[in-house]
Design a protein around this ligand. Structure first.
Ligand SMILES: CCCCCCCCCCC/C=C/C(=O)SCCNC(=O)CCNC(=O)[C@H](O)C(C)(C)COP(=O)(O)OP(=O)(O)OC[C@H]1O[C@@H](n2cnc3c(N)ncnc32)[C@H](O)[C@@H]1OP(=O)(O)O
Length: 396
């Protein structure tokens, strides 16, 4: 076990003691894919796992333990790991839930898992269907507000008290929203933030939600998730516009190189503090930023973490146009409504002509960035920076 793993385990143990069941989070339930699940209904099983991540309501610890246990039984068989100590409350609860399944066959466990998820999703669907205005405002997202109007699908990050930091669940919600928008009848798609921030980047508490398989498994799964996430931006087929209403950090900045147009309030700033966090660039920025602003300016941002004002970002080509904050929303939406009335096929084809020659390269860059990051996440530099942020917060 590396020093990094030891520190994370210690941290998880501490939070388990302080808050016994809170650490059994949705994503943690999903992060143990061992590749041993059955062939027959593997797809159903994987779909069910994805649906769990998108549940609108926390189903409660009892159900989460049941899901966890069925998942482990379905993928690994009967519980054969040592019983955790009496003070390790969370892991003991998980162990008990798994162990009680005895010799239940893997196939039955998998079926029970799918049935349980299905009962959870059907009850959440019936409550969302009852909501008025569900046709205009797409329900089913915990941390996004997705609306379609005037030919524009607007995906709004909606976690303002956390400055729209992107949690694991949110990565999945954004991917789903983009995939849905790519097929709906809107002509353009907009990403924006609710509140004073556009996005404060990756939610740093992602570093504390370590599954039983350990930090290596978390890093592996996070790299796969990040690759899919960025892939959705690379492959998005319609004009994609960022309405940057306030400061942007980390992945909120790097993905901007994959948008077609970026409008910014003059209150926005653009910060990629990867050096400070022991990280390396993602979102294809290692390729798009040097191309957009030249290698030296890109290095100042991506290696040294230089924060740009909106006007600087515009001068360097990352931002299309800056508006005074007082008129930002009005001006931008008036313009977007006019654009949305242009012939949709022409817009789509033009985007493809502009972007398609680069797609293969972008996917290769994305894969390499994720490979490097997977190593970075397990480095002392990175874990120390994340823990510093989280412990500063805890003292407040
Ligand atoms: C083991 C491997 C796991 C890896 C998992 C990785 C998954 C994919 C990774 C993709 C790669 C992405 C990389 C990045 O995005 S790097 C950038 C990360 N972001 C940051 O470093 C920003 C951190 N936040 C801040 O510096 C400040 O909060 C900020 C400047 C944004 C705002 O400061 P301000 O003083 O105005 O406000 P507060 O700090 O009081 O914030 C209000 C509350 O919001 C919480 N917050 C803000 N940002 C984040 C964040 N990024 N993650 C988690 N929480 C965040 C903040 O803690 C406050 O919460 P509380 O009121 O509860 O304390």
């Amino acid at each position: 076990m590396t020093e990094f793993s030891r520190r994370l385990v210690r941290r998880c143990w501490l939070s388990a003691v302080q808050n016994p069941l809170q650490v059994i989070s949705f994503p943690a339930l999903q992060l143990h894919v061992s590749g041993t699940a059955m062939r027959a209904s593997q797809e159903d099983f994987e779909n069910a796992m994805n649906q769990v991540k998108l549940l609108k309501k926390d189903p409660g610890n009892e159900v989460k333990l049941k899901l966890y246990a069925l998942y482990k039984q379905a993928t690994e068989g009967p519980c054969s790991i040592p019983k955790p100590g009496v003070f390790d409350l969370t892991n003991k609860a998980k162990w008990d839930a798994w162990n009680v399944l005895g010799n239940l066959p893997k196939e039955t466990a998998r079926q029970n898992y799918v049935d349980l998820v299905s009962s959870l999703t059907s009850s959440s669907k019936s409550s969302s269907q009852a909501k008025p205005g569900a046709d205009r405002e797409r329900q089913g997202y915990e941390n996004l507000v997705v609306t379609s109007e005037d030919g524009i699908t607007k995906i709004m990050l909606n976690r303002p008290i956390k400055k729209n930091a992107i949690s694991t669940q949110m990565y999945h919600e954004i991917m789903l929203a983009l995939k849905t928008a790519s097929k709906d009848d809107s002509t353009i798609t907009v990403l924006t933030g609710n509140g004073d921030y556009y996005c404060s980047g990756n939610d740093l508490t992602n570093f504390t939600d370590i599954p039983a398989g350990g930090v290596e498994e978390k890093a592996k799964n996070s790299a796969l998730m990040l690759r899919d996430f960025v892939g959705c931006f690379i492959d998005f087929p319609k004009p994609l516009i960022a309405v940057v209403n306030g400061p942007a950090v980390g992945i909120g900045v790097t993905t901007l190189g994959l948008f077609d147009v970026v409008y910014a309030s003059d209150k926005a700033t653009f910060h990629t503090p990867f050096g400070h966090l022991g990280l390396s660039p993602e979102g294809c920025s290692s390729y798009t930023f040097p191309k957009i602003m030249g290698p030296a300016k890109a290095a100042e941002m991506l290696i040294f973490g230089k924060k740009l004002t909106a006007r600087e970002a515009c001068a360097q080509g990352l931002v299309t146009e800056v508006f005074p904050d007082s008129i930002f929303q009005k001006e931008v939406w008036t313009r977007l409504k006019a654009y949305s009335k242009l012939p949709p096929n022409a817009m789509r084809v033009s985007k493809q002509v502009i972007r398609n020659t680069e797609k293969e390269k972008l996917h290769a860059v994305n894969a390499e960035e994720c490979r490097v990051l997977r190593e970075r996440w397990m480095s002392d530099e990175c874990i120390n920076a994340a823990m510093n942020f989280l412990s500063r917060r805890a003292k407040l």
